[in-house]
Write a protein that binds this ligand. Structure first.
Ligand code: MG
Length: 383
């Protein structure tokens, strides 16, 4: 049984934010907002498991958002936030954890230290609420006029996560069905549990408006790591009537020789992307000794490299490919190559550059013995 389970509530529809997508699936620095929230807990050493409550209609969005992460099936949420929390808690009853952290998916930056502090507080208290003290002067309005200044002493703004002993908060939720309380601390207070505040962060804000989404995007971008990788490949020219270059079949009086389709351009791009994420090379993922890759279409290799970037929560910022040969002439095929590469990786075409050069008839490319390609990939990984 896990010691500490994190439950992430992502079942709301975010109508306030508008747009086609529920806000937890909107893009934040190259990955869905929900993925940021989930990773904060998956990556925290004190958290043993993460479970997400989602709207039943959002399963496809959810699967795409958490692709490659180690998560159990999501819990279908209920009609209200409170219902969704209770259902998520009930879903863990067969292997009950000792402690539970309940977090709103719409807060993508819960501080690791606040998670530690909230769990540590459970040694002495029934629950802990991550919160920030109110620093603004508070005013009450009456009849359209400023009526009075409210004493802010002792006032905090509650955030999430909120930490509880699992059994106690489950019981409190069962007793509060139908009350429509806005956070789990309110459910716990209703049950008479003793809670304390632990200090959160202003960065742990809830994404509610388009402004919030932009602010969160800046924070995600500022934390990103920009990584560069290079790739180089050569294939020999031999008998044939076409070559594959950049995923495009180009008629030629010779062919490229190789175990796969010998698409030297896609191989260089694949190695560049693998290099940027320090994930080995094309041969370590697709050994030439393995017969299943004989004659394989190289878009499989490039697509796999793109998937590995996605699984790391990253995105490809740009690709720059140079094909080195005297023939065939690539100018007429350049747009098709860009479109094909962008299509394989699901990237906008303006992130893909395809260039061609010769070596002035010098060397093996100059003599027409083979075609070379080199590539540079720039990848953004979460910080
Ligand atoms: Mg190759």
């Amino acid at each position: 049984m896990p010691e500490t389970l994190a439950l992430i509530v992502a079942a709301g529809r975010g109508h306030r934010l508008g747009g086609d997508l529920p806000k937890q699936y909107r893009d934040l620095g190259g990955q869905p907002l929900l993925r940021h929230s989930v990773r904060r807990f998956l990556d925290h050493p004190a958290v043993d498991g993460v479970r997400v409550a989602i709207h039943p209609d959002d399963r496809a969005l959810y699967d795409a958002a958490v692709q490659g992460l180690d998560l159990p099936a999501p819990v279908p949420g209920g009609a209200t936030r409170q219902d969704s929390c209770r259902l998520a808690l009930e879903s863990a009853a067969s292997a009950p954890p000792r402690f539970v952290l309940i977090h709103d998916a719409a807060r993508p930056f819960p501080p690791a230290a606040a998670i530690d502090d909230a769990l540590a507080a459970l040694d002495a208290h029934d629950g802990a609420v991550v919160a920030v003290p109110v620093v603004d002067t508070l005013k009450r309005e009456t009849g359209g006029l400023v009526a009075e200044t409210v004493d802010r002493a002792g006032l905090w703004r509650a955030q999430t996560p909120q930490a509880f002993r699992y059994d106690a908060i489950l019981e409190a939720h069962r007793a509060a069905i139908g009350d429509n309380l806005t956070d789990d601390a309110a459910v716990a207070e209703r049950a008479g549990l003793g809670l304390v505040f632990v200090t959160g962060s202003e960065d742990n804000f809830k994404v509610t408006t388009e402004d919030d989404l932009r602010r969160a995007g800046r924070l995600a971008g500022a934390a990103a790591r920009i990584c560069t990788g290079s790739g180089f490949d050569v294939h020999r020219l031999g008998d044939g009537d076409h070559v594959w270059l950049g995923g495009v079949r180009i008629p030629h009086d010779r062919g490229l020789i190789g175990h796969s389709d010998a698409d030297v351009a896609l191989h260089a791009l694949t190695d560049a992307i693998l290099g940027a994420i320090a994930a080995g090379d094309i041969g370590s993922h697709f050994p030439p000794s393995d017969p299943q890759w004989k004659g394989a279409s190289s878009d499989i290799f490039l697509g796999h490299a793109g998937l590995l970037v996605h699984e790391r929560g990253g995105s490809i910022d740009s690709l720059d490919l140079t094909v080195i040969c005297e023939a065939p002439r690539l100018g007429p095929h350049r747009d098709a190559m860009v479109a094909r590469i962008a299509g394989i990786l699901d990237l906008p075409a303006d992130r893909v550059s395809v260039k061609a050069t010769t070596t002035e008839r010098l060397g093996f490319t100059g003599r027409g013995e083979g075609i070379a390609a080199q590539a540079v990939a720039t990848v953004r990984l979460p910080g």
